[in-house]
Unconditional design. Structure first.
Length: 342
């Protein structure tokens, strides 16, 4: 079963409230002030509040550092090699490699995970001539800073009622960490190249999916997550379509959109908390809904077409990523120095 049947604890309910309200606040502020790149402002609070139940200085430093470093790297790469993807590719691989190495160690997982997503998305959009590179970089960093403020505000408003057990990552053999870092960096780089070559500028959900599938950092984990991501995508898209059909001509009214977005995030946050598996069905549904509303819900835009396009592109991305992941997993297991198992 995807979800445990036990009722939500007091801590679980408060985390759901933090996730739903935090994501909704980010979305609302973005739309009220007309900030571009709305997906950063909507999804980043969910990422922080969903993956880090207890906000700490260590988590905040990781998030801010990952955003600042990714912005610096994108600015330098976009400025020097923006029109030379062949020269950029080996550098991009190295940038992904050290992030996945940080994720594999466990203690810096959030730094690597947020950095992988930010770097890949910003590099992809920075390659298009019409993109304002400075606006893209500062939108990402400002969204990260705002997410930290929102997270602390939500924690103050709905604090946990009882202490949580601290997460302690287990030890890993060096050959397993090399396997995870090389697998993740290789597929992330291939994903970047594919989206560049085929000019897929309107497939952010699919691009994010290829990266999220790598977060377990091994073949069995990617296979398990692919099923959850597909179900989560269908749930998120279905809710977005129902909202569009329900509101019809009023879908551009923010005062009507905001409570429905909060309701959807609250439902999916409950699924996410019940799974207790980091990134699963609920998390996939939340991020899909955040991308749809944050990036594509604009006056005159047909959210239904965007939603259906998201579904098809994500399924293609899942199949292609799993195929490459399996091949690389087998290849890396052929060498003792990069074997996954103990």
């Amino acid at each position: 079963m995807l979800l445990r049947h036990s009722p939500l604890t007091a801590n679980d309910l408060r985390q759901c409230l933090r996730i739903a309200t935090g994501g909704t606040i980010g979305f609302t502020l973005c739309k009220l002030f007309g900030w571009s790149n709305g997906v950063f402002f909507t999804v980043t609070p969910m990422l922080l509040l969903g993956l880090v139940p207890v906000i700490s200085g260590h988590a905040v430093r990781q998030l801010l550092a990952s955003s600042a470093i990714a912005g610096l790297e994108v600015g330098l790469l976009g400025g020097f090699f923006g029109s030379h993807p062949g020269m950029m590719t080996p550098i991009v691989f190295l940038l992904f490699l050290y992030r996945f190495a940080a994720m594999s160690r466990g203690s810096l997982f959030l730094f690597g995970a947020n950095g992988v997503l930010s770097l890949s998305i910003m590099l992809h959009f920075a390659s298009y001539p019409g993109t304002d590179l400075n606006d893209l970089i500062f939108s990402n960093f400002w969204a990260t800073g705002l997410s930290v403020i929102i997270a602390y505000l939500m924690t103050a408003l709905w604090p946990d009622v009882e202490p949580r057990a601290a997460y302690q990552p287990g030890p890993k053999a060096p050959h397993r960490m090399r396997h995870e870092a090389l697998l993740g960096a290789s597929i992330a780089t291939l994903s970047f190249l594919v989206f560049q070559i085929f000019d897929l500028r309107d497939s952010m959900s699919a691009q994010a999916t290829t990266l999220l599938l790598l977060f377990p950092m091994h073949w069995n984990g990617a296979l398990d997550y692919a099923r959850k991501r597909a179900i989560g995508t269908l749930l998120g898209v279905s809710f977005g379509v129902m909202v569009q059909l329900f509101l019809y001509d009023w879908s551009g009214l923010l005062i009507l959109i905001v409570p429905l977005l909060w309701l959807g995030l609250m439902l999916f946050a409950q699924a996410h908390v019940k799974e207790a598996s980091g990134s699963g069905v609920g998390f996939g549904a939340m991020t899909t809904l955040g991308i749809l509303f944050g990036q594509y819900l604009t006056p005159g835009n047909d959210l239904i077409f965007s939603a259906l396009y998201r579904v098809s592109s994500i399924f293609v991305a899942i199949v292609a990523t799993l195929f490459l992941c399996y091949l690389l997993h087998k290849l890396l297991n052929s060498f003792e120095a990069t074997r996954f198992g103990y």
